[in-house]
Design a protein around this ligand. Structure first.
Ligand code: PLP
Ligand code: SF4
Length: 339
């Protein structure tokens, strides 16, 4: 019952090579964008980068504006001194993941849905990420752990949907994904397979014809939830990848994190929703930032978030307004903010 297929490492795909060449230091990132590095001794931002390393694929970098220190894509991935400031209320396990673990790699917080942590690895390191302090490693999940995870889902027939998450599930090779899907397909009570992935946005070359074929040819209804925070992300090869995805007939939804200085104004959020809708992607959630250690400088007050949603509701078709939610440990679902 192993989903490990070591042989497939022989051929490296374009997306794997692109990931191998990603920018991995703060200084390389600044240099590429023709931005000055703060002079002097290593500062808090370097300590932050030592803690949670810089990782930015070329494609994402290409969509940043050189010379602009406030570029909304750059601000999502550039370590800042503020990350090392400890603030009360910002903790390592802000969303209660540890207490929701059924068995290693399987989280269940909500009825009918189980979340499978397929890998700890991501193709980009978002500085605000709630997983930045979660004790994942980038090592592949062991065969034994996979089996235990599958068995746990098999044993609970109230689960009808499996959410592949991580990390980023699309960092699994096609072979491993196919293996996993084949195992899940055999569980009679499962109807849906949802993938939560940022790869269409940060590493669009991952959206290959083979991948789409795999997701179309399973008994399970595939659904993809992507993660874009700004319309400036949805251009070039990212736009092409989303068009391929939507064109394949797989429903595509988007989630956004509300981030200070990046998308906390009505015009930016309106542009994001309209760009998504025009591509055929439904805005799903606007997430209030999880209060994770090191991310406090990204936080937008809920009162401001509510006002932004009111402004969006006054300007956009109803289906283009995402649900503004936050995660409260122990709740039975994502909690609507301001209702
Ligand atoms: C967010 C989340 C889900 C999915 O919630 P939906 O409201 O169905 O999108 C499922 N499981 C866990 C553990 C989650 O954190
Ligand atoms: S891609 Fe998602 S899980 Fe990975 S660092 Fe970014 S927000 Fe976190």
């Amino acid at each position: 019952m192993s989903v490990q297929t070591p042989v497939e490492n022989r051929s490296t795909h374009h997306w794997q090579r692109e990931l191998a060449c990603a920018v991995r230091t703060r200084s390389a990132l600044l240099q590429r964008l023709q931005l000055p590095e703060a002079s002097g001794s290593p500062g808090a931002a370097d300590a932050a980068a030592a803690d949670f390393p810089v990782l930015v694929p070329e494609s994402y970098l290409q969509r940043m504006q050189p010379g602009n220190p406030l570029d909304p894509l750059l601000l999502q991935v550039l370590p800042q001194d503020a990350e090392m400031t400890q603030l009360p209320g910002f903790t390592a396990d802000a969303v209660g993941d540890l207490q929701a673990e059924l068995t290693p790699g399987v989280l269940q917080k909500y009825h009918g849905r189980a979340l499978l942590v397929t890998t700890g690895a991501c193709a980009v390191h978002c500085r605000y990420c709630f997983r930045r302090s979660f004790p994942y490693s980038d090592l592949p999940v062991s065969a034994e752990q996979w089996e235990q995870a599958i068995r746990t889902i098999q044993d609970d027939d109230t689960i009808t949907e499996v959410i592949l998450s991580g990390g980023d599930p699309l960092l699994l090779t096609d072979g491993r994904l196919q293996n996993l899907i084949s195992q899940l397909e055999q569980i009679p009570h499962l109807d849906r397979l949802r993938l939560h992935t940022r790869l269409p946005v940060v590493l669009p070359s991952r959206i290959t014809a083979e991948l789409l074929d795999m997701l179309q040819h399973t008994r399970l209804r595939s659904i993809m939830v992507i993660h874009a925070n700004h319309a400036a992300e949805l251009v070039g090869d990212c736009r092409d990848a989303i068009e391929r995805l939507v064109g394949s007939g797989i429903p595509v939804l988007n989630q956004t994190v509300l981030l200070r200085q990046i998308n906390d104004n009505a015009t930016t959020l309106e542009q994001l929703s309209l760009t998504l809708i025009n591509l055929g992607v439904m805005p799903y959630y606007l997430h209030q930032l999880d209060r994770v250690q090191g991310a406090a400088h990204f936080e937008v007050a809920e009162q401001n978030g509510r006002e932004l949603i009111d402004q969006l509701s006054a300007r956009l078709p109803g289906y283009a307004v995402p649900r503004y939610v936050r995660e409260i440990p122990g709740a039975t679902g994502k909690t609507r903010v301001g209702l």
